[in-house]
Ligand binder design. Structure first.
Ligand code: THU
Length: 136
């Protein structure tokens, strides 16, 4: 694993410690590297009204947008799961908006298990901005 991937996993594991996950007990951290070279991070934020909770990937994407970047080059997600945690279906679609088929998605757990995917591995034949007609 190269240094830039390790840096993403480190950032994801660090922000995971800030997660607000009192209902599931499942803290998640995500870190992405954007086209500006910066790393943006996010953690899951649960809510007493359960469906109002948000995912770690969603938070990292929001941070990227607020920071002025628009393209995900690579993303890592980490949780205390038995196997490396992969983005949920809804987050795969959220990532789709700002990724390409070759965007690297790295999954990990706290024990150090790692899996590596391209975005197209996780969401083949996806629906995205290019499926919509041009707006005038
Ligand atoms: N969760 C994430 O933040 N990202 C994922 O990829 C999987 C699930 C969160 C949502 C919820 O707060 C908790 O993990 C349990 O599903």
């Amino acid at each position: 694993m190269n240094d830039s991937v390790s840096a993403l996993f480190d950032a994801a594991a660090q922000v995971r410690q800030q997660a607000h996950a009192p209902y599931s007990g499942f803290a998640v951290g995500a870190a992405l590297r954007a086209e500006d070279g910066r790393i943006y991070v996010g953690c899951n934020v649960e809510n007493a009204a359960y469906p109002s909770g948000t995912c770690a990937e969603q938070a990292a994407i929001a941070a990227m947008i607020a920071g002025g970047a628009r393209k995900i080059e690579a993303l890592a997600v980490v949780a205390g799961s038995p196997r490396p945690v992969t983005p949920c279906g809804a987050c795969r679609q959220r990532i789709r908006e700002f990724a390409s088929s070759s965007t690297q998605i790295h999954a990990g757990n706290l024990a150090g298990a790692r899996q590596h995917f391209t975005f197209a591995d996780l969401l083949p034949d996806s629906f995205g901005p290019d499926a919509l007609p041009e707006r005038s």
